[in-house]
Design a protein around this ligand. Structure first.
Ligand code: ZN
Length: 266
């Protein structure tokens, strides 16, 4: 039952993320004007704004002018709902749950905007960076552990987060210089913010997941001739996926990896 509530709560947050994805890239206010159809300007009634249900009931079209509502609206609401449900089931009533939901929301927004506009918004990153720094000392050891321990635990977490941010930045700066335009500076900045959110251990997992998932999808798009060799493929969604995987499964993955390495050793 509480899983259903978590889904509904996530869907409502997803609905807000849709407003952000529509308005932030245009430099519009999130509050005014009230939600309306971009095609005919008719204000939306509360009935048009029920997450998931409204989209399905309206069959993805505006009630008055029948202009199509982008499928992203439905996908975002369902994805946020499912993510929140998973976080709730695995972390329950805890600070981790709150921080994971926050990280997930920011990463979903970054991914959606990059997919639609090939753009990583500075305003979203400027919000994500301080949040990542503040959250670093707050995680439980199940999600986040600094690579080295310094005497003072909160300070150690903060140092780890900042180091990871710098490593993410440098790694992607090198990739941008080598790839000559395959990736943008937005990806570099996002890599730094993801590093701050996930720490050094998490960053290794995040970069691995991003590189593998991005590589596989790029190969598929090339093979299916959806994209040509010179097209830019948005990389932020893969970095976002990597960052979220690091937070959700990073500790387990890095522990397994270390175990494997020690067993394989002499
Ligand atoms: Zn309309």
């Amino acid at each position: 039952m509480t899983g259903v509530i978590a889904f509904l709560f996530g869907a409502v947050v997803g609905s807000f993320l849709n407003v952000c994805a529509d308005r932030l890239p245009e430099g519009q206010s999130l509050l005014r004007p009230p939600s309306h159809c971009p095609a005919c300007g008719r204000p939306l009634s509360p009935l048009d704004m029920v997450p998931v249900v409204s989209y399905l009931a309206l069959r993805g079209k505006c009630r008055s002018c029948a202009a199509p509502i982008p499928p992203r609206v439905l996908v975002m609401e369902i994805a946020t709902g499912l993510l929140f449900t998973y976080i709730w089931i695995t972390s329950g009533w805890s600070l981790d749950t709150l921080l994971l939901a926050l990280a997930g929301s920011i990463l979903l927004l970054v991914a959606a905007i990059d997919l639609e506009r090939q753009l990583v918004l500075n305003s979203v990153l400027a919000l994500g960076l301080p949040m990542g720094l503040v959250s670093a000392p707050l995680w439980s050891a199940d999600v986040w552990q600094p690579l080295w321990s310094v005497g003072n635990a909160p300070l150690g977490a903060l140092l780890d987060a900042i180091t990871a941010g710098i490593v993410g930045l440098v790694v992607f700066l090198i990739v941008v210089l080598v790839s000559r335009g395959g990736m943008g500076l937005g990806d570099v900045k996002l890599a730094a913010v993801v590093g701050i959110w996930v720490g050094l251990r998490g960053l290794a997992v995040a970069l691995f997941v991003a590189a593998v998932s991005g590589g596989v999808v790029a190969l598929l798009l090339l093979a299916m001739r959806v994209k040509g060799r010179k097209d830019r493929i948005p990389f932020a969604p893969f970095l976002a996926l990597g960052g979220m995987s690091a937070l959700l499964w990073g500790q387990e993955l890095s522990a397994r990896y270390l175990e494997l390495m020690t067993r394989a050793g002499p």
